[in-house]
Design a protein around this ligand. Structure first.
Ligand SMILES: Cc1cc2nc3c(=O)[nH]c(=O)nc-3n(C[C@H](O)[C@H](O)[C@H](O)COP(=O)(O)O)c2cc1C
Length: 335
């Protein structure tokens, strides 16, 4: 098995648990109302190589939902200490995803690229840094910058949502400025061994802008690219011969242009699917969200065999996305 190393830290498995908000498990002050050490700990015990703790707010004004985990004050550190030790007890590396939702924030005031002054951009950068420093104090192995799914940093990188005419908008170089400033500032404030991951939202259907950005992120010291979707500004379809989803293809396409470990995601439910992607060298790591939500032992089964507990594929949408306790798999386990 190829060994995956993120900033000199070896992953025990290439199967990673991508960030998944535990909706309704926090209060409005960024504190958990449901203990997460078991939630993450059983998935670490289940063989997962890297756990990326759910999207966590860097400031109350930038939350995705009103009740979301936070790292904007020192009091928040304790809840992450518990998560860190629960994962480290099983030799699983654990980082936290940091987010500002930008114009998709839950509050009344709009914080998109068109509204932010230079002073606000600098303040948000500092808030990312402060949260990253707290993550390190909590004993986490690193952080992930949320640059995908249409949130603030992705709103800056996409030409569709960034209509600024100053040095943060217009040319590709200008649109990348804000996320790169956040990256540089976090790197300067944290130790050299701290892992920096980037949830990379692919925007450009031709990939040319994204390939450029991915290479710049690598050059500037990002250790891991966790590739997902961004804000598309054109149609994109994967090649017919590629048997996985469009989103999975984005990861595979970016991986071939960078040297740092890269993950793909989306709809990978069976260990054999992950094996195909990894063994063929198409990707370094496979991110399994709903699969690991519904079977914490998924990664062990990837390595040792055995059938996985299937996700119920709830319609019209994942019930975990309203409250983890509503997930039929959770209900089965807790009754
Ligand atoms: C309940 C839930 C919460 C999620 N929360 C986040 C999040 O906090 N940050 C993020 O980048 N993606 C989030 N996602 C997206 C997942 O990380 C993943 O990309 C997506 O579920 C597709 O993978 P899958 O098919 O393996 O589930 C979430 C998905 C679900 C179902």
């Amino acid at each position: 098995m190829k060994t995956i190393t993120l900033n000199q830290k070896v992953l025990k498995s290439p199967i990673i648990f991508p960030p998944a908000v535990c909706f309704n498990w926090s209060d409005e002050m960024g504190y958990e109302t449901v203990d997460r050490s078991n939630h993450y700990g059983i998935r670490a015990k289940g063989g997962t190589g890297l756990i990326i703790v759910e999207a966590t707010g860097i400031m109350p004004e930038g939350l995705i939902v009103k009740k979301q985990l936070g790292l904007w004050e020192d009091g928040h550190i304790e809840q992450f200490k518990k998560i860190a030790s629960a994962c480290h007890a099983h030799d699983t590396k654990v980082i936290v995803q940091l987010v500002h939702a930008g114009s998709k924030s839950s509050g009344e005031v709009v914080h998109g690229p068109s509204q932010l002054t230079h002073a606000s951009i600098h303040e948000i950068t500092q808030r990312f840094v402060d949260a990253a420093v707290r993550a390190e104090r909590a004993g986490l192995d690193g952080i992930e910058i949320h640059g995908a799914h249409g949130y603030l940093l992705n709103q800056f990188t996409s030409s569709k949502t960034n209509l600024r005419t100053d040095e943060y908008g217009g040319s590709l170089e200008n649109r990348l400025r804000f996320p790169l400033e956040v990256l540089q500032a976090i790197k300067s404030a944290t130790s050299e061994s701290f892992i920096i991951s980037y949830r990379f939202g692919v925007n450009d259907p031709t990939f040319s802008e994204d390939i450029y950005f991915a290479k710049v992120l690598e050059e500037k010291g990002v250790h891991f690219l966790n590739v997902s979707s961004g804000i598309p500004y054109g149609d994109f379809t994967k090649p017919d011969a590629f048997e996985f989803s469009n989103i999975t293809y984005l990861g595979v396409a970016i991986k071939s242009h960078v040297g740092i470990p890269t993950a793909c995601v989306y709809g990978i439910r069976q260990p054999e699917q992950a094996q195909k992607l990894i063994d063929s060298g198409m990707i370094d790591c496979v991110a399994v969200c709903k699969g690991i939500l519904s079977d914490p032992e998924w990664a062990n089964k990837y390595h040792m065999g055995g059938s996985v507990d299937a996700c119920y594929e709830c319609k019209p949408s994942c019930r975990y996305a309203s409250d983890g306790f509503q997930c039929p798999w959770m209900k089965k386990k807790t009754t």
